[in-house]
Design a protein around this ligand. Structure first.
Ligand SMILES: Nc1ncnc2c1ncn2[C@@H]1O[C@H](COP(=O)(O)OP(=O)(O)OP(=O)(O)O)[C@@H](O)[C@H]1O
Ligand SMILES: [Mg+2]
Length: 308
């Protein structure tokens, strides 16, 4: 569709920043392309920008009025780009510098939640001085090892022996200087999207893999997504409230997605907040938005509205 006067008046020239150089580049390209198409359909004037090291030199020539950030992982989602745009005075979508940096760091998010009394699985920092057996025992004998700053389940391994724990740490340490082990939670997995002031319906994720790994996220066709998620009204309300509290506690704003697990007793535990979740047509936020009655295009405009 051609650029509409009403859209031009409201949003001006919108740069969609996508691609980038993180390990999640491929997903970001898909998210960005889906968002660019949606903005075209809505009549918004769009400038697609595949973000490289020369972004800041390039930006002035694009004469943007705002930026819709669709980058995942370090470099785009971790506050550094947000800081640069803030410095340039260019409005952007989603969380600011501090919240982006905090949410991108699982260790510090969890330390923060522990400090304010929000539930998150027990955890320990791993490094070359770690006593593997003692750490394993203190976390209940089965753990998930994760790099603090990655997404898409990259570098994550389940471990249930001291040798497996050391091996899992070595694998994660290749991707990140900060690695944690978390108590393994046996139970259901949920994700809850935040859109402005609204909490979207929760999604339950089911996979036959040991956990929701990279393959289950992007490649497998037997991963099951349930939305509505099957919780009763009271538990659904509790889950949404916990997700909102966790999102606000990290000073996140605009939009995002909170990952949560439940143990067998039904108690919820926070895993992480994603400040720029995937927006491909198979992604979770569009799925929750559809359940709430928003089309993909409605959703993209609402995300763009978070730049005001
Ligand atoms: N403590 C845990 N116990 C059991 N399974 C876990 C635990 N932590 C994570 N998982 C599994 O690993 C998956 C990825 O974990 P998490 O959401 O922390 O990482 P991520 O790679 O940053 O995810 P995303 O792609 O959403 O950014 C979860 O969806 C869940 O299936
Ligand atoms: Mg996750």
């Amino acid at each position: 569709m051609a650029v509409s006067d009403a859209m031009k008046q409201k949003y001006g020239r919108v740069g969609v920043l996508y691609g980038g150089t993180s390990a999640e580049r491929d997903i970001s390209l898909l998210s960005g392309q889906a968002v660019i198409k949606a903005l075209h359909r809505c009549g918004v004037e769009v400038v697609p920008i595949d973000v490289g090291a020369d972004l800041l030199q390039q930006l002035p020539a694009h004469r943007l009025d705002r930026a819709l950030i669709m980058l995942h992982g370090p470099g785009g989602e971790d506050g550094s780009l947000q800081g640069a745009l803030q410095f340039l005075g260019l409005p952007y979508t989603g969380s600011g510098v501090f919240a982006s940096a905090l949410a991108m760091d699982k260790l510090h998010s969890k330390q923060f939640w522990k400090g304010v009394g929000l539930p998150t699985p027990k955890f320990a920092v791993l490094n070359k001085e770690t006593d593997w057996q003692e750490t394993l025992d203190s976390l209940g004998g089965v753990v998930m090892v994760k790099p603090s700053h990655e997404g898409s389940s990259l570098g994550m391994t389940r471990a249930d022996s001291k040798d497996a724990l050391r091996g899992a740490w070595q694998a994660a340490a290749k991707l990140d200087s900060s690695v944690i082990a978390e108590q393994w939670i046996v139970g259901a997995e949920y994700t809850v999207a935040v859109l402005g002031d609204e909490m979207l319906p929760s999604i339950k994720l089911e996979t036959d893999h040991t956990f929701y790994d990279y393959d289950a996220k992007y490649l497998a066709d037997d991963t099951r997504y349930l939305c509505p998620c099957g919780l009763d009204t009271e538990a659904e309300a509790e889950l949404r409230q916990l997700a909102r509290t966790a999102f606000n506690s990290l000073s996140c704003s605009g939009w995002g997605r909170v990952d949560v697990m439940a143990n067998e007793a039904g108690d919820f535990f926070l895993l992480e907040v994603n400040t720029i979740p995937g927006m491909t047509d198979h992604s979770l936020v569009p799925m929750a938005a559809a359940e709430a009655g928003y089309s993909f295009d409605d959703l993209v405009l609402r995300i763009l509205d978070t730049s005001f």
